[in-house]
Each structure stands twice: as structure tokens, then as C-alpha cells.
Design a protein around this ligand. Structure first.
Ligand SMILES: [Mg+2]
Length: 251
């Protein structure tokens, strides 16, 4: 079932960072619990925090609020303290960030896939909707800060995924045409649909074993066990879903 996918037509690969190379949701869950404990609040509120993060980050991705404003907004809403100024909310949010950082862990398949791509002579980048400073520190904490792996953090680049400029800027910096670049990530909107709209190839990483993910994976299974990237991406065959980064092979 976990057939290899061979990316013979790609000269570059861009990985998303959060929930693709690094286990963001586990770090968030444990970070929120630690922060709540410090504040004297009940633990187990990570699902609500994650929901607010998605809501406020989507507003940032639509260009409605700045990156700092989405942090302040979700902090006010999570704490139920609408009276907090941006400055006060960001100060409170720093407590969460410190706890979140203490829980940063890479997925086990992250380092091996970066090494395989580099060994095959493929250009490697990480394209993430975050700040350069935080995402660089995250790569370092995960042991993923390798020579030859370029970080593209869209907060500094000006246009977040899924805006086409985000992918095109990364391709330009790597010196590879979009059509010869593969984007891999966990977000259908940001890592697959947006990338394909900008002319890149894309594969959707579905680590969850939800019934929907399993059905999509089963729809893409082939008897011969190995498939080309082109076949794997075909919408008629289920739309290019990976269960694990271990499946990716670079020819
Ligand atoms: Mg992600």
C-alpha cells in the first residue's frame, strides 16, 4: 500500500514545514497545556486553540490582518480577554511560544527524505507560511538545518501560500522552473492546489489515518507497487496522496 513515488521529472522539491517535516500539532498540543498550566487555566484546550489558530491564520493568508495581528487576535480570543491591546496580547502569547518551542520535534521520515533529495542532486527548499526567525530555529531544533536546504519563509517574502508569488519566488531563488519543481505538504489548499495553480507539480501528504485519507490512498494503489510522479498526481487515480515521506524517491 505504501508504494514508492519516483519523481524523475523534478529538479527541485519544496517541502512545507509545519505538519510536513515538523510535528506542529503535537508541539501545539503540549505547548498549550504547558502555557495553560502556567496561567492557572484548565489543560486539554488544544483543540480550541488549533481552531482559533486556523481561523486567524486564514485571515492572515487572505491579507486581512498582519502576521503579528493574527497572533494577538487568537491570543485575545483564546484567553477570552478582548480588552487586551496588541502589545499586551503579544506579551501573553510569548508564553505560549516559549512552551511551543520546547516541544518542537521532527517527523521520523523528515531527515531521510531531505538526505535522499540532496543525494540525488535535487535542489531542496522549505516553503513555509511563517517568520524566517522562528522557522529557521524550528529547522535547527529538528536537526533539519542541512547545507543545501534553503528556507523560504513567506512572512518576509510578502506573499503567503496559496498566493502564486510565494511558490514562484521560491522557484526563482532555486533557479528551477515551476514545472520542474515538486511541492509536498499537508495542506490541500496551500501545498497542492495553490502550487498546481502556480504551475508546480504537487503531492498531498496525508499522515492521518482518517477514513477519507485511507479511501484516497486506496484509490491510488497500483498492483505493480511503484509509480511515477506523473501517474501519482493524476486526479483520475485519486489525486497524488502520500501517507509518508518515506514513499518519495528521487531519480
Ligand atoms: Mg503544513
Amino acid at each position: 500500500m505504501d508504494y514508492p513515488v519516483v519523481t524523475a521529472s523534478c529538479r527541485a522539491v519544496l517541502f512545507d514545514l509545519d505538519d510536513t517535516l515538523m510535528d506542529h500539532q503535537s508541539a501545539l498540543r503540549d505547548g498549550v497545556d504547558e502555557w495553560c498550566t502556567q496561567l492557572g487555566l484548565p489543560t486539554g484546550q488544544h483543540a480550541r486553540f488549533l481552531q482559533l489558530e486556523k481561523k486567524w491564520f486564514a485571515a492572515y493568508e487572505r491579507g486581512e490582518v498582519s502576521h503579528a495581528q493574527q497572533r494577538a487576535g487568537r491570543c485575545r480570543e483564546f484567553l477570552g480577554r478582548p480588552e487586551l491591546s496588541d502589545t499586551a496580547a503579544l506579551e501573553a502569547y510569548a508564553g505560549y511560544l516559549a512552551a511551543y518551542r520546547r516541544n518542537w520535534r521532527p517527523f521520523a521520515d523528515a531527515l531521510p527524505v531531505l538526505h535522499r533529495a540532496l543525494a540525488a542532486g535535487v535542489q531542496v527548499g522549505v516553503l513555509t507560511n511563517g517568520t524566517q526567525q522562528m522557522q529557521q530555529a524550528k529547522l535547527q531544533a529538528g536537526g533539519l538545518e542541512l547545507e543545501g536546504v534553503e528556507l523560504f519563509a513567506t512572512v518576509e517574502m510578502g506573499a503567503p501560500k496559496p498566493q502564486p508569488q510565494a511558490y514562484l519566488h521560491a522557484c526563482e531563488r532555486l533557479g528551477v522552473a515551476p514545472a520542474q519543481t515538486l511541492m509536498v505538504g499537508d495542506s490541500l489548499a496551500n501545498d497542492v492546489e495553490g502550487a498546481r495553480a502556480a504551475g508546480l507539480q504537487a503531492l498531498h501528504l496525508c499522515r492521518a489515518r482518517s477514513p477519507e485519507a485511507t479511501a484516497r490512498l486506496e484509490a491510488t494503489a497500483q498492483p505493480e507497487g511503484i509509480r511515477s510522479l506523473e501517474g501519482a498526481q493524476s486526479p483520475a487515480r485519486g489525486g497524488g496522496v502520500l501517507r509518508s515521506l518515506d514513499q518519495l524517491r528521487f531519480a
